[in-house]
Ligand binder design. Structure first.
Ligand code: CP
Length: 309
């Protein structure tokens, strides 16, 4: 399977066979991700890391991935220090990064920005999140985590909770999980329901998601609880946000009603939706999930840059 030079814009651009190949390869990357082994397969390669929006995990894990494989990183985490400040267009910024690097990872507040960037770049574009749109590398690391912990995804009962309207990770993930034949339950405040087009996509793949506002009922027989933050930055007005903030809270009392082997995932950052007391329980998978960003992104960089293990 040849991924060299390929853009990573949306999970929908990949077949299930290709996704499985990436996840298997990410598994091979594990000893390189945790520092047990080292191989400089990306020596001499340069990644441009362009973050127009804040990030901790995605940016640092991409940059660490490049370093762990012997490559170098240029870029910015705050666009106010670039010539965008002088009015330069996104297209011209991408043209410049294209001429200085071998691949570009980009996070941008506008949906569709990564697809647009790919039109102006000859090197691969890796979408690190575009507005409320796609976040394909998060989706891959979520699939990797579920598959690693639960051995398979098919028929697993997966509850997606929180801001299902603005949360970009849950859109890509619902689609991908439906392709794998998972059983999906969506739990959210009424104003933050999963968009109809995502539900329609699941239906087209033969999965009928259950929609409810009762978390207690939903988690009783769940295998995975995927929690999301209420995306304050994407609300058009503060009042709407204030009405829903704190709608759900995961704590040990709630988890007492769940299966012993339920795993709690969260793309992070969390704010108040998971009580820190949960961190010490065997349910808490969110920090391991964030670590899994490393082998998955190492695998992707290795594949698109053509430096295989
Ligand atoms: N999960 C995720 O995208 O985290 P960051 O916003 O910190 O990159």
């Amino acid at each position: 399977m040849d991924f060299k030079g390929k853009d990573i814009i949306s999970i929908k651009d990949f077949s299930k066979k290709e996704i499985n190949y990436i996840l298997d390869y990410a598994n091979e990357m594990l000893p390189y991700a945790n520092g047990e082994k080292f191989k400089d397969i990306l020596k001499g390669k340069v990644l441009a890391s362009l973050f127009f929006e804040p990030s901790t995990r995605t940016r640092l894990s991409f940059e660490s991935s490049m370093s762990r494989l012997g490559g170098r990183v240029i870029g910015f985490s705050d666009p106010s220090g670039t010539s965008l400040k002088k009015g330069e267009s996104l297209a011209d910024t991408i043209r410049m990064a294209d001429s200085y690097s071998d691949a570009i990872v980009m996070r941008h507040p506008h949906e569709g920005a990564a697809r647009l960037a790919a039109e102006f770049a000859s090197v691969p574009i890796l979408n690190a999140g575009d507005g409320a749109g796609r976040h394909p590398t998060q989706c891959l690391l979520d699939l990797f985590t579920i598959r690693s912990e639960k051995k398979r995804i098919k028929n697993k009962k997966i509850v997606l909770l929180g801001d299902l309207k603005y949360g970009r990770t849950v859109h890509s993930l619902s689609y991908a999980l439906a392709r794998y034949g998972a059983e999906l339950t969506f739990v959210s405040p009424a104003s933050l329901k999963m968009p109809k087009e995502v539900i329609d996509e699941c239906r087209a793949l033969g999965v009928e998601p259950t929609q409810t506002s009762s978390l207690e009922k939903a988690i009783k027989d769940a295998d995975v609880l995927y929690v999301t933050r209420i995306q304050k930055e994407r609300f058009p007005d503060a009042e709407e946000y204030n009405r829903v903030v704190g709608a759900y809270k995961i704590d040990n009392e709630l988890l007492a009603g769940a299966k012993e082997d339920l795993i709690v995932m969260h793309p992070l950052p969390r704010v108040t939706e998971i009580h820190p007391e949960v961190d010490k329980t065997p349910h808490a998978l969110y920090f391991k999930q964030a670590f899994n960003g490393l082998p998955v992104r190492m695998a992707l960089l290795s594949l698109v840059l053509g430096g295989k293990l």
